[in-house]
Design a protein around this ligand. Structure first.
Ligand code: AQP
Length: 348
């Protein structure tokens, strides 16, 4: 029987924001009640963009500790679940190579995130950026994870992970069987994309997702923002001149209004329809004041705990080392199996 295991990751590229929190981390916390969870700070992914973007070695270390602190502050228990940084477990890179030889060029050419991130200067993009989704498939399948909580933007990468798992299972079907495994050595991982905020949009432009790399700090609420910064950003958030509608269908073609209502719903744990029943007909100024109070009340304790953990890098790094050891035990077994299945001779 396949173990129900959850895996997901967050890049330590700075500016961790409300979208990362509501789209991913909140679901990480929920799933620990029902599943064995492995949460990874994906530092190998972080270096796929140019050095000035990820910030260099000191910044990478600081951001790795910051994402770890956010996991712990949000309520993930590092004793019962696994929290670690990707580069401490060599199996991620090893399995990526095998999957590079399973995945097809045509599959990767369809990845929209690469196109967006490489932009017009594609010739100058790193090979790592192109290979990003294959590394992501290796991250998940190294632990033979069955469920992957992510935001909407990662859906296409999850489909690629499923295609890679399926092709590996087919290509090596005979060897998988002769090595004593059931024919689906790798499970086909299921995306878990749930909640009212699977795609939090920029506060400046309702057509763009909230993103770490947006040059405008006013486009996002960072998890490190204090109450004043949160208040200013929400007050300045783009809206339209109409009052709020009373029903969800009134949000159609009003992306900024839809986004703020979605954020309110996610932070308060209420459905959007319920929020609109309360605020339908209200002007944005009043709604925004309520949203400021809610956001400050919900994010304040998280930010305070992250700040406290930033003062204790020794503890945070110990969490990562301990998690890496437990992740490494599972990973080593998968790498041994994969080597036998592919036909690599290994030390017994
Ligand atoms: N705007 C968003 N709404 C909902 N979920 C989001 N996620 C990211 N942005 C939003 C989810 O957060 C998790 C971690 O993301 P990541 O750090 O691994 O990478 P990303 O998707 O590239 O994040 P950013 O913030 O948008 O960074 P840049 O600017 O570099 O592109 C993932 O589960 C993601 O879906």
């Amino acid at each position: 029987m396949t173990i129900q295991r959850v895996f997901s990751g967050v890049q330590p590229t700075g500016n961790l924001h409300l979208g990362n929190y509501l789209g991913a981390i909140v679901n990480f916390v929920k799933l620990q009640a029902t599943h064995n969870c492995i949460y990874c700070v994906v530092d190998l992914h972080a270096i796929t963009v140019p050095i000035p973007v990820w910030g260099g070695p000191d910044e990478l270390r600081r951001n790795t500790r910051e994402v770890t602190a956010a996991f712990i502050a949000a309520g993930i228990d590092p004793k019962t679940q696994v929290i670690f940084n990707q580069s401490q477990v060599a199996g991620h890179a090893e399995l990526t190579w095998v999957f590079n030889c399973v995945a097809r060029l045509g599959w990767l050419n369809r990845m929209t995130q690469f196109k967006e991130k490489a932009g017009k200067d594609r010739e100058n993009a790193s090979i790592g950026l192109y290979d990003y989704p294959v590394l992501m498939a290796a991250d998940i399948l190294l632990y033979r994870a069955t469920h992957v909580p992510v935001g909407e933007d990662q859906k296409q990468h999850l489909e690629l992970s499923r295609d890679i798992a399926q092709k590996f299972n087919n290509d090596f079907a005979a060897s998988i069987a002769s090595n004593g495994h059931n024919d689906k050595y790798f499970p086909l991982p299921e995306p878990v994309i749930t909640g009212p905020a699977t795609r939090v949009m920029s506060l400046r432009d309702g057509a763009k997702k909230m993103s770490k790399s947006d040059p405008s700090d006013y486009s996002r609420i960072n998890l490190s923002d204090d109450a004043d910064a949160i208040a200013q950003k929400i007050r300045k958030a783009k809206t339209d001149p109409e009052p709020l509608p009373s029903e969800e269908k009134g949000l159609e073609a009003r992306p900024e209004a839809d986004n703020l209502v979605g954020i309110f719903a996610a932070l308060s744990g209420r459905p959007k329809a319920d929020v609109l029943r309360e605020f339908g007909g209200a002007q944005f100024s009043g709604f925004k004041s309520n949203l400021v109070d809610l956001a400050v009340a919900k994010l304040g304790p998280l930010t305070a705990e992250m700040k406290r953990l930033a003062q204790d890098p020794g503890y945070v790094e110990q969490v990562l080392a301990d998690g890496a050891e437990r992740a490494g035990t599972i990973a080593e077994q998968t790498i041994r199996d994969v080597k036998d299945i592919v036909g690599f001779i290994r030390k017994q």
